[in-house]
Design a protein around this ligand. Structure first.
Ligand code: NAI
Ligand code: MG
Length: 371
């Protein structure tokens, strides 16, 4: 077999959509061996680890992975749902997908948002946006404090005039999440976005940040982005503030193509972009590093629909298409995208979110038939 691909359905509708993806991938006759791997809430509850070591070992032996979705819950609830034998052992729940991104250094979060003609959910026809979200740094680095330890507090007081405003606040009444941005992290995400624009014929790259207010972090990204942009003279770098971008994307979504941003802003920006082209049933993403990648629909486990084969698998098909593209299977990737677009345009098979009665597997069979 040419490829080894890990399938991680996870929780809830993760299983429904990966079953659907398997039908489509089988039809494409990709020369691949599929290995299923455990991830998610069930393994947190029963083993105290949502990303068991055996899964990590499987992933290390694979070229890439297709992931469904996992359930996550806040700290206290997570601790309470642990199997009685595992309670009070100091186990702390951490999102397995965030861990995967950090463990395999999957620094690109690629989120294409294209309005396929004929979808009743398109905000406007012709939208074709691609978000490059940095995937390992920023507020998601996990450097957080509550209460704030004395050493952290005194270091901040000694170095940041901004801390003066908090002089009267007790450390136990304060929480701090660090926005960590590095030069290298900024360079590589911006470079990947320009390469993508060049390879896929986009006419510009828009940097979406807020350097006028978060001066140091957004400032660093902006300076590095300008340097990288100079390596791609044919593609202009546009700069937009993240707040203004939310309005412009609603007003003039056709003006934009590739957008690049840091982790938190990218999380927000990509959800807005996804809603312009149909929302969670259409939103796919790739978590991509230099050697490994995990592809996923961006939606969660939607527990109320779990096992009902009701939700839209198009997001997962589009994630599969990103996977094929990343593997270098350009023809199969293009064929899959054309089949998805064909089914959307024909308008006969529509899941509930598109206003129709079709099931998850009806959609899979319709796409497979076109292939
Ligand atoms: P969700 O994305 O699971 O679902 C929200 C609602 O969106 C659903 O109830 C459904 O109405 C709709 N929806 C989602 N996927 C759809 C699809 N493929 N087709 C049609 N409609 C769809 O978000 P929610 O309810 O906030 O979270 C549920 C669980 O998923 C939580 O435990 C959350 O932490 C987790 N989650 C996991 C993610 C991941 O695995 N990457 C991402 C987001 C949430
Ligand atoms: Mg999100």
């Amino acid at each position: 077999m040419k490829y080894r691909i890990a399938l991680m359905p996870g929780d809830g509708i993760g299983k429904d959509v990966l079953d659907a993806a398997q039908i489509v991938l089988d039809k494409l006759a990709l020369d691949a061996e599929y290995l299923s791997a455990d991830i998610g809430w069930e393994f947190w509850r029963t083993e105290g680890d949502a990303l068991p070591q055996r899964t990590i070992e499987i992933l290390k032996r694979c070229d890439c992975s297709l992931f469904g979705a996992v359930t996550s819950k806040p700290k206290e609830e997570a601790a309470a749902e642990l199997h009685p034998d595992l309670q009070n052992k100091g186990l702390v729940y951490r999102s397995p997908i965030v861990r995967l991104r950090q463990m395999f250094d999957l620094y690109v979060n690629l989120r294409p948002c294209k309005a396929y003609p004929g979808s009743p959910l398109n905000y406007r026809e012709g939208i074709d946006l691609v978000v490059f979200r940095e995937n390992t740094e920023d507020l998601y680095a996990g450097v957080e404090f509550h209460p704030v330890p004395a050493a952290v507090r005194s270091a901040l007081e000694a170095n940041s005039p901004g801390m003066k405003a908090f002089q009267q606040v007790d450390s136990s009444d304060m929480a701090i999440s660090c926005r960590i941005i590095t030069r290298q992290g900024s360079q590589r995400i911006v470079r990947r976005s320009f390469e993508y624009a060049q390879q896929n014929g986009y006419k510009s790259v828009t940097l979406v940040e807020k350097p006028n207010v978060v001066r140091e972090t957004s400032g660093l990204i902006t300076r590095e982005a300008r340097k990288i942009a100079a390596e791609f003279p044919a593609i202009p770098l546009w700069e937009a503030n993240v707040d203004a971008m939310m309005m412009w994307l609603i007003k003039n979504p056709l003006d934009y193509g590739v957008m690049v941003t840091s982790n938190m802003f990218g999380d927000i920006l990509s959800d807005l972009a996804a809603q312009l082209v149909g929302g969670l049933g259409f939103a796919s993403s790739g978590n991509i590093g230099d050697r490994f990648a995990v592809f996923e629909p961006t939606h969660g486990s939607a527990p109320k629909y779990a096992g009902q084969y009701k939700v839209n698998p198009i997001a997962t098909f589009l994630a599969s298409r990103l996977m094929l593209d990343w593997l270098g299977e350009k023809e199969k990737a293009a064929a899959l995208e054309a089949a998805i677009a064909g089914v959307i345009a024909a308008g006969k098979v529509r899941t509930y979110d598109m206003g129709g009665p079709s099931s998850t597997l009806d959609m899979a069979r319709a796409v497979a038939e076109r292939l």
